[in-house]
Design a protein around this ligand. Structure first.
Ligand code: B12
Length: 250
């Protein structure tokens, strides 16, 4: 007898999430426009993200679109990954979609002509998880800092050389992998040997915790990207790394 009902035989959870109703049910909020942004990220919808984000920007501030749209979408993707529903391809597509949306928001945020100071950002050696770093870049630029973006998977020596060359007010690092976050400690040791005392704000996931980051000299834990401009401002005004750590980490 031919099978008529396949529903109890095989469920492709990655396909289940492709239903247009999926994210509406799971991440639902009142705001339909923001909802579409969230949904585009979850579904990795590169075809529509530009239009959807532009539409959201007609009614919302770029920072709101970043936090209430793009970031909410990628948080849901993280959950789907952690639950084993999403694999690398879906997650990569979702990340790329978020980056396209972020670039549009960043352009809309603009950057003041007069530079307030200089920041260097990087994603740790061996690590390609750069969404947090790109978020930090956008927020720092919007508040008037010149950002020297060293990119992802940056060797520790390159970071130290860049600090010696550009003498930034603040150095930022992002990592997601437990095996890469050790590079932050190495950078701190190498800078200390050189006698450089730049505030080094580190954020990310996995083992990147307050206790790990404040366990080495210069290290300041950055729980959220939105703190980066405030910390950079304090550093520019001459607050030491110890002072910034006290203010934000205690
Ligand atoms: C997206 C993602 C990917 C994407 C990355 C795309 C990209 N361009 O970044 C892709 C698909 C490529 C990927 C690949 C891999 N991934 Co991945 N990935 C994730 C996922 C789903 C989300 C991470 C993320 O981007 N979150 C959103 C961003 C915005 O968060 P964030 O960086 O932490 O930033 C926030 C704060 O930390 C803070 N912040 C960050 N930086 C800074 C800096 C400053 C200055 C400040 C103030 C604040 C701040 O601000 C942000 C919020 O405002 C997580 C799952 C999870 N549960 O987190 C796994 C996860 C991180 N991945 C994991 C793994 C293992 C991998 C792979 C090794 C898988 C593989 N087998 O190949 C590869 C990595 C290869 C490599 N060498 O790096 C593991 C890591 C486990 C661990 N602790 O070591 C996780 C946790 C999944 C899991 N549970 O197993 N991944």
């Amino acid at each position: 007898m031919p099978v008529k009902d396949y529903s109890n035989i095989f469920v492709r959870y990655d396909l289940v999430t492709e239903s247009p109703y999926y994210s509406i049910n799971r991440v639902a909020g009142e705001d339909q426009v923001m909802q579409r942004v969230i949904e585009c990220v979850i579904l990795g919808d590169l075809d529509n993200i530009v239009e959807v984000v532009k539409c959201a920007l007609e009614e919302n501030d770029p920072v709101d679109v970043i936090y209430n749209g793009l970031l909410k979408g990628i948080k849901e993707v993280s959950r789907l990954w952690d639950e084993g529903i999403y694999y690398l391809p879906q997650t990569l597509l979702a990340s790329d979609t978020m980056l396209v949306g972020l670039e549009i928001c960043e352009n809309r945020l603009g950057c003041p002509v007069r530079k307030r100071g200089v920041a260097i950002t990087h994603t740790a050696e061996g690590d390609i998880h750069d969404l947090g770093q790109k978020l930090v870049n956008a927020l720092l630029r919007a508040s008037g800092f010149e950002v020297i973006d060293l990119g992802k998977d940056v060797p520790v020596e390159v970071v130290v050389e860049a600090v010696k060359k550009h003498k930034p007010d603040i150095l930022c690092g992002t990592a997601q992998l437990s095996i890469t976050m050790g590079s932050f400690k190495k950078i701190s040791e190498m800078l200390t040997i050189e006698g450089i005392e730049v505030p080094f704000v580190c954020g990310g996931g996995g083992g990147v915790t307050l206790s790990f980051i404040t366990g080495f000299v210069l290290g300041i834990y950055g729980k959220d990207a939105s703190l980066a401009p405030k910390m950079a401002e304090d550093a520019k005004r001459g607050m030491s790394w110890e002072g910034i750590r006290r203010k934000y980490n205690e």
